[in-house]
Structure formats: structure tokens, C-alpha cells
Design a protein around this ligand. Structure first.
Ligand code: FAD
Length: 247
């Protein structure tokens, strides 16, 4: 069955780091939309004879109902700049009032009903969007301990930091920013290195842990291979790779 489609209108388009823009849309037809934090939507972008189909994670920070569902009237996404990227050009140049068509929501990178004791939410760059969408859910899951690992090259490449630090104040959430290419002038405590290295220091254990991975396909594959070596099964590592589209 085809996924429902929606008409949305761009409300704002803001640069939030040197390479990332945050786009906020309002739903125009129909006027509301339901999703589970962690899911993504697919844009159908006019492009010559055949529209471009591009996926983007829902970054909205809202509170789901008891079934884990959010009903909303807006959509927030974050897009990183890809050199010569076709969708990148469209989104980076889009103006308030421009109309778009999306379908969805899609995706299994969501928090399930049965969760183990310790959960790692690991992302690089815009791969943090699904975890930002989960931030209001996590403090309520008091039986679980969450470790959020945000990988970027430099502090200037990070965004949504206020939201992640705010979440870090909850007893069951720890935020670990990891910077791979900055050696000093930090304005907060951070790990110097890759998310992969920070994860090793937190001693992932297949007996107690579930790992979510999102973003750069190389990072996702590398961490997954490492976890497999440590005895993690496929169901203990949920993966969302931001793979490029063929067209
Ligand atoms: C499930 C899913 C969720 C996604 N969510 C997000 C999201 O929330 N935010 C986000 O920014 N992106 C996300 N993506 C990636 C996004 O869908 C597009 O692939 C991306 O925006 C590039 O599209 P484009 O049309 O601009 O580039 P294209 O025109 O498709 O590519 C142009 C050239 O750049 C290369 N290329 C494409 N992407 C990259 C890249 N990332 N790095 C280096 N080279 C590249 C291509 O091989 C090609 O040579 C997601 C992808 C998937 C599958």
C-alpha cells in the first residue's frame, strides 16, 4: 500500500552550523501528521522528467502519547550540505512559502516496548536528528540508562546542543559529544576522538545493551562490525544508514 502523502509549506530555512541547515515546514494538506520519534519522511522533489526521492529524519522535539505516537502540524529536518547534491541545492536555496510533497512516516529506528537496561544512541552529523526527536521520551523510561554519542569533526559542526545538554540533566541520560578534529578551545566537556572509540570506553555488553546507529554509512558499518565481534546479534543493533540515492 502506498504511504500517505502530504503537502507542506516551508516556514523557515536557517543555517545552524557551517554545513547544516534546519528547515521547518507547516502541514497544509492534510493539516496534521502522525509519526513515531526516530522515523523519517520521503520528499518527492520536482526534477526534470522524474522527481527526486530523498529521505530525511524527523527532527521535531515533541512529546508522544502513551502509544508512542506524536500528532503534529509541523515538520523539522536538518540537512547537511553535499557538494553538487541535487536535493541539497533545492533545499539550501528554498524560501519560506515554497511548497513540497512528502510521504511517510517510515523507519524502524524507534524505541520499542521492551528495552534492555542500557541503550546507546549513536550518530554523526545530521544522524542525530532521530535522537533529538526522542529526547522527551527518554527521561520517562527510568528503568533504562541512555548514552547519547554525538560525533562531529569540530564543535562548530554540532547543533541542537542545548537540547542534548538539557536531556543530560535527567538521571538516566548521559550525553557524550565526541570531536575528532579539535584539540582545544572546547566550551564544554567532550571526548576527543571518534564515537567508535568513545563507545569502546563505555564497554558495550551484548548481555545488557541495545545500540542504535544513525548517519554516515561508514560509521554505521564500522561500529556494527565492532559490535558483532563483541557478540552483539543483528537485533541488538538498530541501524539507519544515510545512503545516497541512485538517482
Ligand atoms: C533513511 C535516510 C534518512 C536520511 N536522513 C537524512 C537527514 O536527516 N539529513 C540529511 O542531511 N541527509 C539525510 N539522508 C541523506 C539524503 O536522503 C540525501 O541522500 C542527501 O541529502 C544527498 O542528496 P542530494 O540529492 O543533495 O545528493 P545527490 O545529488 O544524490 O548526490 C550528489 C553527489 O554526492 C554524492 N553524495 C551524496 N550524498 C553524500 C554525502 N552525504 N556525503 C558525500 N557524498 C555524497 C553522491 O554519490 C553524488 O556523487 C538520509 C538518507 C536516508 C536513506
Amino acid at each position: 500500500m502506498p504511504l500517505p502523502s502530504y503537502q507542506i509549506v516551508l516556514a523557515s530555512n536557517e543555517l545552524i552550523s557551517p554545513n547544516v541547515r534546519k528547515l521547518t515546514f507547516e502541514f497544509s494538506k492534510p493539516q496534521s501528521f502522525s509519526y513515531r520519534p526516530g522515523q523519517f519522511v520521503s520528499f518527492s522533489l520536482p526534477y526534470g522528467e522524474k522527481p527526486l526521492k530523498r529521505s530525511y529524519s524527523i527532527a521535531n522535539l515533541e512529546t508522544p502519547d502513551e502509544q508512542g505516537l506524536v500528532t503534529t502540524d509541523y515538520l523539522e529536518i536538518v540537512i547537511s550540505h553535499v557538494a553538487n547534491g541535487r536535493a541539497t541545492k533545492i533545499f539550501f536555496e528554498a524560501k519560506a512559502g515554497d511548497s513540497f510533497e512528502i510521504s511517510g512516516p517510515v523507519g524502524l529506528l524507534v524505541l520499542g516496548a521492551e528495552l534492555p537496561k542500557r541503550i546507546f544512541l549513536i550518530g554523526t552529523g545530521t544522524g542525530m536528528a532521530p535522537y533529538r526527536a526522542m529526547l522527551n521520551q527518554l527521561p520517562k523510561l527510568t528503568e533504562q540508562q541512555f548514552h547519547i554519542l554525538f560525533g562531529a569533526q569540530k564543535q562548530q559542526d554540532m547543533f541542537y546542543l542545548d537540547d542534548f545538554w538539557q536531556a543530560h540533566q535527567a538521571k538516566n541520560i548521559q550525553f557524550h559529544p565526541c570531536l575528532s578534529r579539535q584539540i582545544d578551545n572546547f566550551s564544554f566537556d567532550c571526548y576527543q576522538g571518534y564515537v567508535q572509540q568513545q563507545l569502546v570506553e563505555l564497554k558495550p555488553d551484548p548481555e545488557t545493551d541495545l545500540v542504535y546507529l544513525c548517519g554516515n554509512p561508514n560509521m554505521v558499518d564500522e561500529v556494527f562490525a565492532m559490535l558483532k565481534d563483541k557478540g552483539f546479534g543483528v537485533k541488538q543493533v538498530k541501524r539507519e544508514k544515510y545512503v545516497f540515492s541512485k538517482f
